[in-house]
Design a protein around this ligand. Structure first.
Ligand code: FRU
Length: 484
């Protein structure tokens, strides 16, 4: 039985969230037999991390999700302390989950061992772990830590008809993150191929949750590194998630790539998982939380939610991520304003709420600096503050006064231009901001009072000029907990 949710004040209307208990990474994101499946790291019994299960939601349209029974639980010796993160792939009409079995092993110096395992389903609901498990272990004579060896992502390379698996890892001295590559003809027998990529400089001591895809002609490796050190106001979260662009040499099993780039500049985005939609788009969902950040919803019997599904594209040599176009179908009401220019703080009738979508086209020819308050209380003492300073070329998200657990600021570089486009998703305790069509994204949790719902536009230096403002109410996309 899942933990009961006792209060819905922070519970989202349309983002995937815990049905009671703790969730972290998205897992096994896939399209199978006409539906999108998303699994996730799940501890059903408390609102804290514990022995990991795989929770499961399903959707026909990427926006209306339903909960399904738990897909994986720690039952075998090789996963006795948790079914950790992994991916999914279809083969011969069956759905394969490839996941990490976590086992505490005090008898070895590392203290625990992680191996890769498979569970198969014919209906997409019930999964059977296979007798061949574990299917991949860390080869002992290579420079691979046998403990930290997890989060397999599997794909098929159509060019040579073979399957590949990347596994997150670190060197035995624990100082350097890396990705291990395996190869298989049948998904069951896996051969170690090589260390595909390894951290250089300030790129972290452990690479978690690798994901891989060829997107618009580029081999993209997504990783969630631990141990990247703060550089001025960059890398301020405890862990990061980002990507490389490059080219895999499947013969040698190595990846030649450019520099590490962040996928998100907010407080709360980690361990994203990608999949391919039937129409060829690459989709991504991330955990909209961050390790060790406070989560006041734990008092209400749940913890953790996912970002909206995003599309990944490549533009001007960089990855951009935009909300999936399906989200437009969630819109239930629209309010729209055009050509507004003002020197004093402004509210617009109908533009407020604890959830919804705000789309803004801002003219920056005269505006040097502006702020936008989200979830502001009537007296404005509680507010989440977005700001842009054109001279500094910085967009900032400040949650000092946002509500419970407010703690500082995150910033992201946005080059000065005459126009700026913002698409902002609000959902009770989550804010996702897409800047200039996904060139930059900031995802953060906030915990305001339910009655702090004002949205206020504040000119700071020069007129605030808005070419177009649209505010949409959005429908319900995730079953709402019933409170007795
Ligand atoms: C990332 C992670 C993964 C691991 C999982 C355990 O957030 O640490 O590396 O598989 O969480 O829940």
């Amino acid at each position: 039985m899942a933990l009961r949710i006792t209060n819905t004040k922070y519970y989202p209307k349309y983002h995937i969230a815990s049905p009671g208990g703790w969730i972290n990474d998205p897992n096994g994101f896939c399209y199978y037999k006409g539906e999108y499946h998303l699994f996730y790291q799940y501890h059903p019994h408390t609102a804290q991390w514990g022995p990991m299960h795989w929770g499961h939601v399903v959707s026909e349209d990427l926006i209306h999700w339903n909960h399904l029974p738990i897909a994986l639980a720690p039952t075998e010796d090789y996963d006795r302390n948790g079914c950790f993160s992994g991916s999914a792939i279809e083969n011969d009409g069956k759905l394969y989950l490839v996941y990490t079995g976590h086992r505490d092993t005090p008898e070895i110096p590392e203290g625990f061992r992680q191996t890769q395992n498979i569970a198969i389903s014919e209906d997409g609901v019930h999964f059977a772990k296979i007798p061949e498990n574990p299917v991949a272990v860390a080869p002992e004579d290579e420079q691979i830590h046998v403990g930290d060896f997890r989060d397999p992502k599997v794909w098929k390379n159509e060019e040579n008809d073979k399957y590949y698996m990347v596994v997150g890892s670190r060197t035995p001295d624990r100082l350097t993150g890396q990705i291990v590559l395996f190869e298989s003809d049948d998904l069951l027998k896996w051969d170690y191929k090589n260390i595909m990529a390894r951290a250089e400089g300030n790129e972290g001591f452990m690479w978690e949750c690798p994901n891989f895809a060829n997107i618009e002609g580029h081999d993209i490796l997504i990783i969630s590194p631990q141990g990247i050190k703060r550089e001025l106001n960059k890398y301020m979260n405890v862990f990061q998630s980002g990507y490389f662009m490059g080219r895999v040499d499947y013969e040698k099993g190595i990846y030649i790539h450019g520099k590490f780039e962040l996928l998100d500049y907010g407080f709360d985005f980690y361990a994203p998982q990608i999949t391919e939609a039937p129409d060829g788009r690459t989709l991504m969902i991330g955990w909209a939380d961050m390790w060790y950040n406070i989560m006041p919803e734990q008092e209400d019997g749940w913890a953790g939610m996912m970002s909206v599904p995003r599309e990944i594209h490549v533009k001007n040599g960089k990855v951009i991520t935009t909300p999936v176009k399906e989200l437009e179908k969630l819109r239930t009401a629209e309010i729209s304003y055009e050509d507004k220019s003002f020197y004093k703080p402004m509210k617009f009738d109908g533009v407020s709420g604890d959830s919804g979508e705000l789309v803004l086209e801002i003219d920056l020819t005269e505006t040097k600096e502006f702020e936008i308050y989200l979830r502001a209380s009537k007296d404005k003492t509680q507010k989440t503050v977005l700001s842009y300073n054109k001279a500094l070329e910085l967009f900032k998200f400040n949650r000092d006064d946002a509500g419970a657990g407010g703690d500082g600021e995150r910033e992201c570089p946005v080059p000065a231009a005459d126009k700026m486009k913002l698409q902002i998703f609000l959902d009770r305790s989550l804010v996702e901001i897409f800047i200039n069509d996904g060139e930059k994204v900031m995802t953060s949790r906030i915990y305001p009072r339910a009655d702090s719902t004002d949205i206020i536009f504040v000119p700071k230096d020069g007129a605030f000029k808005i070419d177009s403002l649209k505010f949409y109410e959005l429908g319900v996309g995730i079953p709402q907990p019933v409170i007795d």
